[in-house]
Design a protein around this ligand. Structure first.
Ligand code: FAD
Length: 472
């Protein structure tokens, strides 16, 4: 008997419950990935490169036995299932709106072949706790993070699943593709000519996680131990850079949580481990929010903000272009935007600063910024990104209050006190020493722009606009 294991955002072999389910269900398993043109179209070059490199890593671990096809999953999956005469198709659950609709289409298409005998089995998800599981006592979803966090910890999570390459007897796609009546067409894993600042794949994820636990590494010497103190400092590069690995499922958060709960028992690591665990919970929380309120993918979670006045005219487009290019004349904003376009990553604190600047200083719709982020970020993820933006814009669940407007200069002074972050990303300012780089009181180099807006005046304008809709 045979089963099909369909990989999506779970590109690893360890701690993969759907692999164990596929192996349990049949004697032999075929591993496949479908390059869905819709998903390829919505990802920027670096994210695609990360995806393709992750697939290459997976294929190597499977000794070249990963079948990659291109097309709509609802066409491809039934075709492959038929070609191997599968009894079942196995996946990890996806809760984002596109994934939910796609999986329903695939399930429907499967019911139309082999007398409707092929079932789509979903086992596990990319989250510590499957979205929708942690609810209030009355079954209602949480809207506020802190009580969710408490309930999430109480709920707990499974131990990592013990899976690996040896868990299944793998079918070689060459025995399936192009044989007999099969019209399954394998494609080579594509490549994109772009550099990645972090290597992709399961081995790289494990290595980075180990380094971050121990405080030694290729990119940074910081670790879980000083995470709670240093994580907000973009100049120190003290965060874990695990986000892209989590996005593509190169590692499961449960694997990390098992280590973190151990580290919490150690007094030197306790605070850092708890702080890190809380961030992983944010990732679960936003996935739950998106599952519960799918409109929040592109619309204000809080619909009373729909009435807010935003700028969308030609001047707004020009301002948006200056923001994207990192030419606003506000050093910390420009450093962030250039880190994004130059590396496909941006530090969390700076994500908040540049987002606040776009929405509250330039009065541009948050959706424009969110779309740009999704295009550029390697870790670009609908749930975390859209809700990170809406937190900043004040229209999300449990959002920052609308009247909190980040001052980019004081944020820079506080969180990049050495000025190193700005100098690293804005070469025009490389000769300005220390934290003076944020204020530029002694003048600006001729090739660095003047501030594009008067922050004080735009803050007042933002408060005026928000004042009109708040309290409705
Ligand atoms: P660490 O500080 O080491 O955090 C560890 C892990 O916890 C991260 O890898 C991530 O999985 C999770 N995490 C941390 N902070 C958050 C958060 N606020 N929300 C959800 N999960 C979190 N994160 C994404 O993964 N994809 C996105 O597209 C994304 N867009 C964002 C947009 C905005 C406007 C904001 C304010 C935040 C966004 N974030 C996003 C959250 C956060 O900025 C990144 O997860 C973090 O910077 C990744 O770096 P790291 O792995 O070094 O983080």
């Amino acid at each position: 008997s045979t089963s099909l294991l369909w990989f999506r955002r779970d590109l690893r072999l360890s701690d993969l419950p759907s692999l164990l389910a596929a192996a349990d269900a049949a004697d032999r398993v075929l591993a496949c990935f479908v390059l869905d043109p819709w998903l390829v179209k919505t990802a920027g070059d670096r994210r695609l490169k990360f995806l393709y490199d992750s697939l290459r890593g997976l294929d190597e671990k499977l000794d070249g036995r990963l079948l990659v096809v291109r097309g709509k999953p609802e066409n491809q999956i039934p075709k492959i299932a038929k070609a191997i005469d599968a009894n079942s198709v196995h996946i990890s659950a996806d809760h984002a709106p596109y994934g939910v609709a796609r999986d329903a289409r695939v399930e429907e298409a499967l019911s139309g072949i082999k007398g409707g005998d092929i079932e789509l089995h979903s086992t596990g998800s990319s989250f510590a706790v499957t979205p929708g599981r942690v609810t209030k006592n009355d079954g209602e979803p949480y809207k506020v993070f802190t009580p969710y966090f408490r309930a999430w910890r109480e709920h707990g999570w499974h131990s990592p699943a013990r899976s690996g390459a040896k868990s299944a007897d793998w079918i070689d796609p060459k025995d399936v593709v192009g044989t007999g009546s099969s019209d399954v067409h394998a494609v080579d894993i594509p490549d994109v000519d772009v550099e990645l600042s972090i290597p992709a794949g399961e081995d790289a994820a494990q290595k980075r996680w180990k380094q971050f636990r121990q405080g030694a590494g290729d990119y940074s010497q910081h670790s879980v131990e000083d995470y709670d103190d240093a994580r907000d400092r973009p100049d120190l590069d003290a965060s874990s850079r695990m986000s892209a690995y989590l996005k593509f499922g190169n590692i499961h958060p449960r694997t990390m949580l098992a280590d973190l709960t151990e580290l919490e028992k150690d007094s030197d690591h306790k605070d850092g481990a708890t702080a890190y665990l809380r961030e992983l919970c944010f990732r679960d929380f936003y996935a739950s929010v998106l599952r519960e309120w799918p409109h929040s993918a592109w619309h204000n979670w809080n619909r009373s903000f729909d009435a807010i006045e935003v700028d969308e005219d030609k001047a707004a487009h020009e301002a948006f272009d200056a923001w994207k290019a990192g030419k606003t004349g506000f050093p910390i904003v420009d450093a962030g935007m250039r880190q994004l376009s130059g590396s496909g990553f941006m530090h969390n604190r700076v994500r908040m600063i540049v987002a606040s600047f776009l929405v509250k200083d330039l009065h541009v719709p948050w959706q424009w910024g969110a779309r740009w982020f999704l295009d550029q970020l390697i870790d670009g993820d609908l749930a975390s990104n859209q809700h990170g933006w809406q937190w900043t814009a004040g229209c999300g669940t449990d959002a920052s209050p609308y009247f909190r407007v980040f001052n980019p200069t004081t944020q820079g002074l506080k969180f990049d006190p050495s000025g190193d972050y700005v100098r690293r990303w804005v070469p025009e300012l490389a000769d300005v020493e220390g934290k003076a780089v944020h204020e530029l009181k002694d003048g600006r180099p001729s090739d660095y722009p003047e501030p594009m807006v008067d922050h004080k005046a735009e803050r007042e304008e933002a408060l005026r606009r928000y004042g009109q809709v708040s309290g409705k």
